[in-house]
Ligand binder design. Structure first.
Ligand code: ACO
Length: 314
């Protein structure tokens, strides 16, 4: 089966960085609580920036990094739960901002924090289709979660951040790709009502999501190892959704794997939902830790409740 290769990445963050201390002015909380319960120290929030601006900046950087021009893009997908418009999609706005061709599909995926992993599977299937006339796909994970956060709810407002990252992807016989996705309709554990509803903010039962997350990640890792034949010792990077240091550490310890193979940057960005996995990937790439031959497991979980597990070769 044909695989995919990520040939370039780029990330974009709003200009405004917010430290934990700032939340002590809004709700009853402390830097110590936030750090010890989550690992988060700071995050970025948009001021003037639109979600589509973050998408476009990340995409431009990814195209430059890959050495690909906008005219060569055959598919544009954005994983997000915070598009600027219900319609047009963020992908259509990126198409406009970057001047992508007009005879290509452009659409958003709503799978919350699993969105980028869902996007990898969608892109891998579509890149194999004769319907695509150009060789590359643009996959972006982007969120402006500050728009749907209740800054009077201490159990959620300290957790999230805004940001985006993009990947340029091409089909490849030399790079295996394998993915499994799942969902269980559950609005009690996590929901964000649409505009027009009362309190259109993120509501979350943190403990329920925590329990779901550790199971989804552990099961996802075991499933990938079984289905791909790649043993856990062979995996160079476990690129996990960056929600909570304790979730990642719990899974790493349960599977008795070395901590250094579980990259973390949530201390700087908080939980950026659909953007968290590609931002982590972009940073690993910047650090030269996704070299040719690197094997990675990507694990996403979040609202839906959804989960996604993908095996990628670099
Ligand atoms: N500051 C101080 N105290 C707080 C805060 C805060 N910011 N938030 C909650 N507390 C209090 C609670 O009120 C509670 O007090 P109580 O015992 O008197 O009732 C106490 O701290 C413990 O609360 P818990 O919810 O049990 O804390 P927990 O250790 O579970 O940590 C957290 C909460 C960080 C939310 C954790 O459960 C978590 O990370 N869950 C997973 C979240 C996640 O992964 N989401 C991903 C999906 S996001 C998406 O899809 C958009």
């Amino acid at each position: 089966m044909q695989g995919i290769q990520i040939i370039g990445m780029g990330k974009a963050l709003p200009a405004r960085r917010v430290e934990n201390e700032a939340f002590t002015q809004m709700v009853e909380t402390s830097d110590e609580w936030i750090k010890s319960r989550t690992g988060i120290q700071s995050r970025y929030f948009c001021k003037e920036e639109r979600q589509m601006d973050l998408c476009a900046e990340a995409a431009r950087k990814a195209l430059a990094n890959a050495g690909v021009c906008p005219e060569e893009i055959g598919l544009c997908v954005v994983a997000t739960i915070t598009p600027d418009y219900h319609t047009p999609s963020s992908a259509c706005m990126v198409q406009k901002l970057l001047g992508l061709p007009e005879d290509i599909p452009a659409f958003d995926i709503n799978a919350a924090c699993s969105g980028f992993v869902y996007g990898l599977e969608v892109v891998s299937c579509m890149l194999g289709s004769d319907a695509l006339k150009r060789p590359y796909a643009l996959l972006i994970g982007a969120e402006k979660l500050s728009r749907i956060m209740n800054f009077q709810d201490r159990s959620t407002c300290v957790l999230f951040g805004d940001g985006a990252a993009a990947a340029v992807i091409r089909p490849s016989d030399a790079h295996r790709f394998f993915c499994r996705l799942g969902s269980q309709g559950n609005a009690e554990a996590l929901n964000a009502p649409g505009a027009g509803y009362p309190e259109p903010y993120i509501h979350m039962d943190g403990r329920k999501v925590f329990q779901f997350a550790v199971h989804a990640m552990e099961n996802g890792i075991r499933l990938l190892a079984k289905e791909t034949g790649v043993s856990l010792d062979e995996v160079d990077q476990f690129i996990c959704h960056q929600a909570n240091e304790r979730i990642i550490r719990h899974v790493q310890k349960k599977l008795k794997l070395p901590a250094e193979r579980f990259f973390m940057n949530l201390d700087q960005y908080g939980n950026t939902s659909g953007a968290s996995i590609p931002i982590a990937m972009a940073e690993l790439m910047e650090k030269g830790q996704l070299k040719p031959g690197t094997k990675a497991f990507c694990l996403g979980f979040g609202g839906g409740l959804t989960w996604g597990a993908a095996y990628l070769e670099f």
